[in-house]
Design a protein around this ligand. Sequence first.
Ligand code: GTP
Ligand code: MG
Length: 423
Amino acid sequence: MAETKPHMNLIFIGHVDSGKSTTVGRLLYETGSFSEQDKAKIQKDIETLGKVDFEFAYFLDTSGEERKKGVTIDLSHEKFVTDKYEFTIIDAPGHVDFIKNMITGASEADAAVLVVDAKEGVMQQTREHVYLARVFGIKSLIVALNKMDLLNYDEAKYKEVKDAVIKAIKVSYPNAESLNYVPISSKNGENLKVRSEKMPWYTGPTLLETLNNLPLPERPTQLPLRIPVEDVYSIQGVGTVPVGKVISGIMKPGDKIIFEPSHVTAEVKSIQMHYQNLDQAQPGDNIGFNVRGIEKDQVKRGDVVGLVSAPPTVATEFTAQIIVLNHPTAISAGYSPVLHAHTAQIPVKFKKILKRLDPKTGQTAEENPATIKQGDAAIVVLEPLKPLSIEKSDVIPQLAGFAIRDMGLTIAAGRCIDLVAKT
Ligand code: GTP
Ligand code: MG
């Protein structure tokens, strides 16, 4: 049997057109996950679309619409294996309308690669994606400064943009200075797998080497079991099968489980991953599990599964630290946008704005401000207008992150720091 390597979920983030899909396509190609045949087939496909140039992004952007527009619309998942890890790559769309998908992707990721167009420098979504990565608890961040070909592989220009990136992401990643920054050209394959001869001044690791050097992701098996439900199927001859990713804890056949906030209990009959039965599921596993005692429509996406002995928390209100990423005017108490947390999507109300914080130091800048606006960090009390399962950041950090959306924008991102549990 083939040796199994540790698994790593990696998300590519960054401003629209920075070259995320191209970078991922290149990596897949250079690690042998795509063949010359795949490449030839794509070449043929794009001729029918009337595009002239081959794009490595087409390995990821497979729909006609994606190729025509040259943007990623859906999250795509691809795998590649190195000598160290088995990577699942999540290629997040950079287009502003599609940030919703990026939020889902970020909550599944162990590490992130921030792709920056080195010629354009820091853009709005560069900051925004990095905030979100932090909010969703992604500890390992790698920065790829792409399109170095457009800067003639110039070291001084690289240093300039690197410094600008450090400055921009320091709020989210205080260790910004000690992260890995790799100058690359995805289009030409410079410093992806093979060390670039065009940038002899760069002596650090290639992008692939930085991926192999990532620390092993934490697998919080000691925490209570939590599985946000992504979907529920009813399979003939099998029964009800919810699917989702184990975020924390361990689940075994025979376990008595509860779905919250639907508040429905069941017994686990069997657990499957990649069409195989598991004796137990652990954090990181994407599973389907067959449950006894419930019908398909009794539970739904947005529910969280836990053991009956340690059920998921349902909050009637919660205190959160947030950062306002986008808002055309100002936010005051009473504002009711949509909250996205794990797989849940529900209306929420700003009940109180407790403090405005200095985003650089985290110190209180103003108590009980009437409003907060774009760029502000704040402590607020949020009231879910429909039942929501969420956890406190210091109890289950993996389930404390959320984003707030309205008018097609990501208004804010934050973490739950305290809550009033439904009794
Ligand atoms: P979205 O998914 O729409 O957010 O874009 P993306 O970040 O996935 O960018 P994509 O990979 O689609 O690339 C955008 C454009 O940049 C394409 O035209 C690429 O050919 C081009 N591009 C990507 N990498 C490089 C590079 O290293 N050098 C140059 N010159 N162009 C590049
Ligand atoms: Mg893309």
